[in-house]
Write a protein that binds this ligand. Sequence first.
Ligand code: ATP
Ligand code: MG
Length: 352
Amino acid sequence: MHTGKSMTGGFDPAFYESALDAFTANVAVVDATGEILAVNDAWVQFVDFNDLKIANHGVGCNYLNFCDRLGTPGAAAVAAGLRALIAGGDGPFRHEYVMPLDTGSCWVKLSAVRVGHRDQPFLIVTHDDISIQRRAELGLREATARLLHAEDSERRRIARELHDSTAQHLAGAKLMLRRLDAKDPVSTGLVRDEVSGLLSSALDEIRSFAYLLHPPALEHLGLAAAIRQFATGFSRRGDVAVTIDIPDDFPRLSHATEIALYRVVQEALANVHSHSGSQQAVVRLRVAGEMVLLTVRDFGSGLPPRRDSIPGVGLEGMRLRLEFLKGHLSLRNAEPGLALEAWAPLLPEGED
Ligand SMILES: Nc1ncnc2c1ncn2[C@@H]1O[C@H](COP(=O)(O)OP(=O)(O)OP(=O)(O)O)[C@@H](O)[C@H]1O
Ligand SMILES: [Mg+2]
């Protein structure tokens, strides 16, 4: 501990020295006038590390005057809080603020308590660096905004399809019905066939939208069965043959994990179809220690060397879904093709 002028009264440096140096937070002992009497090792290291030009690491300076001189709203709030404590107000006083440093701004949480005799109080002031926590909170907020944006884009895509395709089939069917002429059996037959075709197309589209929005198999049968079902339909509809590699005893997972991994399979296979040129894909699901690993591999072109600076909704959506579960997405060119790996914590069913 680094101490200044000799202290009298209730403050005993020998007593506090070892205790304060044990703290990882920066700690200063301040007297009733605001003068810094002592600082701990962490404080000294903080001042040195950030190359702050503060004489004697602040010992002997007046903390309250320093705050007054800074004149920022944060410093004014700190000075007012400390003065109220010295005057006998209830503690502890806490305040969070941004400290501008040459090395980049740092979020600080200040706490102060009053100790010592009522006639000669001291303040113990601690500064905790909460930048990591703050950045994580900000990161989560940004991720939420991006996820909402991705969801919104997906809804717009569906809305556009419903409007431009399904609704057109239905509108066409309605128009055809107006042309029905009971006295002309030939034209009636033609109209009926055309209306029937339009209604079937609209029905197919609505069914596949409903299925995409909420696959019923997922809830009832679980992820493994839902992936098998989806892949079978996908292979049948398109030109990519999908091989499934999932152990028979693959467990049920938490609902959020099953939904997220299912969406990853949907998006990844859609990408194989749209971008890879591969006619084969393998979907593999494994428990790997405390995690679940989903791999979707194709044998096509692999990722282009430089992707568009504006990412598509697909990969971004997958990444965000996994990050929300504290998992992650990794993409690697597998010569040939792309190996997409989605990692999620192994949360058993019911643990959402
Ligand atoms: N399996 C793949 N093989 C080759 N390139 C791929 C593959 N998957 C993705 N890509 C590349 O990555 C880009 C981004 O994919 P992403 O799914 O994010 O967007 P998108 O498919 O272009 O559009 P969206 O999914 O929003 O309809 C694609 O445009 C493509 O260039
Ligand atoms: Mg895509």
